[in-house]
Design a protein around this ligand. Structure first.
Ligand code: TXD
Length: 318
């Protein structure tokens, strides 16, 4: 059976890690695309030369030409600026909106039937823009944030209890901002509800750390943001699609009435398989979780309105 084709648009920290993970997991052939000539080609050649060591035959190529992503089954988009210390994800809005618009045009022309996973920040606005620019249906455009944020929640709970991360289940929903919603009522360890194992004040501290986990790494690295865990999260979503796993994952999905939200991308549990985002899973939230969710959704709506103003302003100026 012919290998699938994975286009990675953006060959930076996350893009390079994505390419390595796709090869290691034998997900398909990989095309790394970037606007910086030499960067995708160099990383692709380096990864090819790792094939004999790791035992993968994936064809990994680098390019600055959109034509080379033709026929991609999946496109994972990390093109854009990353945060530096002191910057919020929202500070990236104007620059990354221009970049995502260019990328969306490229995907529309050269990979019109692909499943698109957007990673670039500010995530909720960028995935909204990607759907608009490509015109792809909502089941083929999804944002990566909840898998990463939930993994951070699971990590901190496992660290607190000294248990395996594989024993911890957790969900983080809402927008990918500092008001994201760690859903305490669905967090469990070996099936035991978390509130039976960790006191409220420690849970508050853990959940606060989850909300600020991205900034914590930006402040440590100083030159950019997290990339191993975001890459792992995006690959888990791509694998669910490519291997038709019908996997339930927290992702930024386009809502049309679910959770009382309409016309916005927000992090909710979805089922991902060969049909892309096959369904949105509606779960009951506590009153407090519902309140947090609504605050997070309104921030996403404000962000999209701010993006629309920036785009309209740019259109007037040109
Ligand atoms: O959970 C999440 N969704 C977030 C997303 C988690 C972590 C990082 N998040 C965001 O992903 C981050 O704020 C950035 O917006 C993206 C990519 O982060 P990365 O760390 O990979 O940034 P890099 O290393 O700067 O790589 C970005 C690449 C770089 O090589 C640029 O040359 C390229 O994007 N770039 C482009 N590629 C294609 N097309 C265009 N127009 C373009 N412009 C820049």
């Amino acid at each position: 059976m012919a290998r699938k084709k994975i286009a990675l648009v953006g060959a930076g920290n996350i893009g390079g890690t994505l390419a390595h993970l796709c090869a290691l997991k034998h997900l398909g052939d990989v095309v790394l695309y970037d606007v910086v000539d030499g960067l995708p080609q160099g990383k692709a050649l380096d990864l090819m030369e790792s094939g004999p060591i790791e035992g993968y035959d994936a064809q990994i190529t680098g390019t600055t030409r959109y034509e080379d992503i033709a026929g991609a089954d999946v496109c994972i988009v990390t093109a854009g600026l990353a945060r530096k210390p002191g910057m919020s994800r929202d500070d990236l809005l104007a620059t990354n909106a221009k970049i995502i618009t260019a990328v969306g045009e490229g995907l529309k022309q050269h990979a019109p039937r692909s499943f698109v996973i957007v990673v670039s920040n500010p995530l909720d606005a960028m995935v909204t823009l990607m759907k608009r620019v490509t015109g792809f249906p909502k089941h083929r455009v999804v944002g990566m944030a909840g898998v990463l944020d939930s993994s951070r929640y699971r990590t901190f709970v496992a660290m607190e209890l000294g248990v395996s991360v594989t024993s911890v289940q957790a969900l983080v929903l809402g927008g990918h901002g500092d008001d994201m919603v760690p859903v305490r009522s669905y967090c469990s360890v070996g099936g035991v509800p978390i509130e039976k194992l960790i006191k409220p004040d420690r849970l508050n501290a853990i959940e606060d750390r989850v909300r600020k986990a991205g900034g914590e790494i930006v402040n440590l690295l100083k030159t950019g943001s997290a990339f191993y865990s975001p890459a792992g999260a995006a690959v888990q979503m791509a694998e669910a699609y490519l291997r038709d796993q019908h996997r339930i994952l927290p992702c930024a999905a386009y809502l049309e009435g679910e959770y009382g939200v309409r016309g916005v991308y927000v992090g909710v549990p979805v089922q991902i398989g060969a049909g892309g985002v096959e369904k949105v899973i509606e779960i009951a939230l506590t009153d407090d979780e519902q309140k947090q969710f609504r605050v997070s959704v309104s921030h996403v709506e404000e962000l999209v309105q701010a993006m629309d103003k920036v785009i309209a302003g740019g259109a007037k100026a040109s």
